[in-house]
Design a protein around this ligand. Structure first.
Ligand code: ADP
Length: 601
């Protein structure tokens, strides 16, 4: 296929209204796909971000809990290093840790000892002797085993509320205390409300206990550990403060809840960041994530969920943008191609209309031309027949008018003589007119006698015919050597004769008449001319004079019928030539005409 026809087919495709629809449908499909893909990408990215963030939070919590445990082991180490740790030494240790600055969330680090009912009174006495006369083990009451918080730093007003508190008396605490004592490792309790809590900003809390044993006890089994047990180094945590410390200003665009255990209900909720959706437990949002972590022997369940408006991030608008821009481009393309197709259709229709109009106009014209040719033909036939048939009666009228004139001239009165003159003159003029008309119609009616015509001979014969007029006018007729042309000798002679005769007739009375016939040749086209020094013709009439019966002068001025030049034009045109005039009034005239040169052979 050539390039242009390829281009043409391409153009046709784009000028097709179906193409516009196909492109629109495809465009919308592509836009929809792009929108879908980008939406999925955005939501995948959001989920990835979400998961990543939850992992960070989870790690931060687990890490921090381990670090707190280490700090507590430090406390255990302090007890192991000396026989007896004083209240002041404990205070120093905790002060060095600088809980407020470095360990947010720890309400206090303390030391609690087990007290049997037998030891109870002595124990209370000993502590009171340290300068705390109010000291007692709380709550009051008889129990098989007591415990008492003897050290708790920082020893501020809030922590003083817990001084002497028997944590063993509380089941939730007891479970973790027993676990620590029996296992020898750190143990975190379930959810408790710290004794230190007032009624303002009450937070849920928990405790982490570490066991302290006699240095030389048998710690290989539970029994041995129980025997060697001396007390608990522990820390009290307020969950809200703790998480605030771990996460800084917050969890970013992720919220989470911490449940103690694996059951997600309000009682088990240790902590909740931000404002949780009311039904967050029952109907997790699309990215909700549950993670279980072990915290010193206790399982915590972390429930993560995105904050409200999590997806309204920056790249959230990309799919919408893609959809809107895509649809805009689709419809623009559709409009453009439809417009192209419409314009093309319209242009085609206009062109078709014009073509059919032109066709019918051409057909009309052809009919008219045929009709004209036919009527022209009929007219010529009629002119021929009429002039031919009129000749005979006219000759008679003219002859008898002559005879009548010769015989009876001088026998009438003045008026009769004048009328006789009119009669004779009119008869002769009519004869001339009919003769010329016959000649004119013969040119159209007769068959051609085509042959080589030596124009020199034609010239001689024409001049011979005009001898009388030439002698009368004393005109000088000259010629160049003339060519041999192809044509009808008789008709070409008519042309020369008419032109020379006119040249003599329309002579300037002020000087002698000179007529020259010349020729030039270019290829096989011969251009001939008949030039005179007569009265000349206004160029304005250069075309009119070739029309039949058109004369520029009255019959009294110059005789004639107005047919001569029409005959010349007809003859030359039938020879496929051209005739024209070059003249200036008073400067003579030159009639040019072309004929085809006869071949060499
Ligand atoms: P006729 O000679 O019979 O009048 P023609 O057809 O031969 O008719 O010429 C038409 C008219 O053209 C003439 O009447 C004349 O006015 C003008 N004409 C023709 N030949 C010449 C010429 N050689 N010089 C000036 N006028 C001419």
């Amino acid at each position: 296929m050539s390039r242009t026809s390829k281009n043409l087919r391409l153009v046709q495709i784009f000028h097709n209204p179906v193409t516009a629809w196909v492109i629109l449908v495809c465009g919308i499909a592509v836009t929809a796909a792009a929108w879908k893909i980008s939406s999925r990408y955005v939501s995948e990215r959001a989920e990835e971000r979400f998961v990543h963030r939850t992992q960070e939070i989870e790690l931060a919590i687990a890490d921090r809990m381990n670090v707190y445990e280490q700090a507590l082991w430090g406390g255990v180490g302090l007890f192991r290093a000396s026989d007896r740790v004083t209240r002041k030494e404990w205070r120093d240790y905790v002060e060095v840790l600088n809980i407020g600055a470095h360990w947010p969330g720890i309400q206090g680090m303390g030391f609690s000892v087990p007290v049997t009912p037998e030891e109870r009174a002595a124990h209370i006495e000993a502590i009171r002797a340290e300068g705390f006369p109010e000291y007692t083990i709380r709550p009051e009451g008889e129990r098989p085993l007591y415990s008492s918080i003897v050290f708790l730093e920082p020893f501020d007003w809030r922590n003083q509320r817990a001084f002497g508190f028997d944590m063993w008396s509380n089941a939730m605490r007891r479970e973790a205390m027993a676990r620590a004592r029996d296992s020898g490792v750190a143990a975190t309790s379930g959810i408790i409300t710290l004794v230190q809590e007032t009624d303002q900003d009450v937070q849920r809390g928990f405790l982490t206990y570490l066991p302290l044993y006699e240095p030389d006890g048998d710690l290989t089994n539970t029994e041995g550990r129980r025997r060697a047990f001396r007390g608990w180094v522990y820390a009290a945590f307020r969950a809200g403060d703790l998480m605030g410390g771990i996460l800084g200003s917050g969890g970013g665009d992720v919220d989470f809840e911490i449940f103690d255990g694996t059951e997600l209900n309000d009682d088990n909720r240790l902590y909740r960041s931000g404002l949780a959706p009311t039904d967050s437990i029952r109907a997790p949002t699309q990215f909700a994530r549950l993670r279980e972590i072990d915290v010193q022997g206790r399982t915590w369940t972390l429930h993560f969920y995105p904050k409200a408006g999590y997806l309204a991030g920056a790249d959230d608008s990309t799919p919408t943008l893609i959809a809107v821009a895509g649809l805009a481009i689709d419809f623009l393309l559709f409009y453009l191609i439809s417009a192209l197709a419409y314009l093309h259709r319209r242009a085609t229709r206009i062109a078709e209309d014009m073509t059919s109009e032109l066709r019918s106009a051409k057909a009309d014209l052809e009919v008219k031309v045929t009709e004209l040719e036919r009527s022209n033909d009929e007219l010529e036939k009629f002119a021929y027949v009429a002039s031919h048939d009129l000749q005979e009666p006219l000759r008679m009228v003219a002859s008898y008018a002559d005879l009548f004139g010769k015989k009876y001239r001088g026998h009438f009165d003045e008026r009769g003589e004048e009328w006789l003159g009119f009669l004779i003159d009119g008869a002769h003029r009519m004869q001339a007119l009919v003769r010329d008309l016959l000649t004119y119609s013969r040119v159209g009616q007769r068959e051609y006698n085509l042959g080589a015509v030596d124009l020199n001979e034609t010239f001689d014969s024409a001049v011979a015919d005009l001898m009388v007029a030439i002698e009368e006018s004393d005109a000088e007729i000259t010629k160049d050597p003339l060519p041999v042309v192809l044509g009808d000798a008789g008709q070409i002679r008519l042309v020369l004769q008419n032109l020379i005769s006119n040249a003599i007739k329309f002579r300037d009375p002020h000087h002698a008449s000179k007529v020259h016939v010349g020729a030039s040749q270019s290829g096989d086209v011969c251009t001939l001319f008949v030039r005179d020094n007569g009265i000349g013709i206004d160029p304005e009439f250069a075309d009119r004079i070739f029309v039949i019966f058109q004369r520029l002068h009255g019959k009294d001025e110059y005789s004639g019928t107005g047919i001569g030049l029409a005959i010349c034009k007809k003859v030359i045109e039938r020879h496929c030539g051209r005739i024209w005039l070059e003249s200036t009034p008073g400067g003579g005239s030159a009639f040019f005409f072309t004929l085809t040169a006869a071949g060499e052979d």
